[in-house]
Design a protein around this ligand. Structure first.
Ligand SMILES: [Zn+2]
Length: 153
């Protein structure tokens, strides 16, 4: 049951936006030989419920009621294995660059829709990947404006 929303940032290759590679990764179809970085990550079983592209468009990969593989080793308020009880939303982005206005607007609308659909979720339980996997993950990064997201909510 979804009790937590986890916000992520991803770009493939790191720092490049707009290519087909995030789709390819989340559909288990990333070609290891297309970029040196892909060798490290191709073949990993990873997915997210949804991706919000730089222009604010949403792509959904996994039904919100099903488990996706976005959190990895993680812990929230003493509970390990956040994939079991969270919805993962990826923003196409990179830790050191601001996210786009359209991404905040879409993220806020998506969170509102999820809160309406899943009473087990709560506005206070929206966290970053770095919050549940500190030391291992840094996304969505210091440029992500949590206050702005709250104001839009
Ligand atoms: Zn992440």
């Amino acid at each position: 049951m979804a009790e937590l929303i986890v916000v992520h940032g991803i770009s493939l290759p790191p720092g490049e936006f707009g290519g087909p590679w995030i789709d390819r990764l989340f559909t288990g179809n990333l070609p290891a030989d297309a970029h040196p970085y892909f060798k490290e990550i191709a073949g990993r079983r990873v997915s997210a419920h949804a991706l919000i592209r730089r222009d604010g468009q949403i792509v959904q990969y996994v039904p919100f009621g099903a488990r996706a593989w976005h959190a990895g080793e993680s812990e929230y308020q003493g509970r390990a294995g956040c994939n079991d009880f969270s919805i993962g939303i990826e923003l196409e982005g990179e830790d050191e660059q601001p996210y786009e206005d359209a991404q905040y607007a879409t993220l806020a609308a998506l969170i509102n829709a999820l809160l309406a659909a899943y009473p087990s979720l709560s506005r206070d339980r929206v966290v970053g990947h770095s919050d549940i996997a500190p030391g291992r993950k840094t996304d969505p990064g210091g440029m992500f404006d949590w206050e702005r997201l709250r104001r839009l909510g």
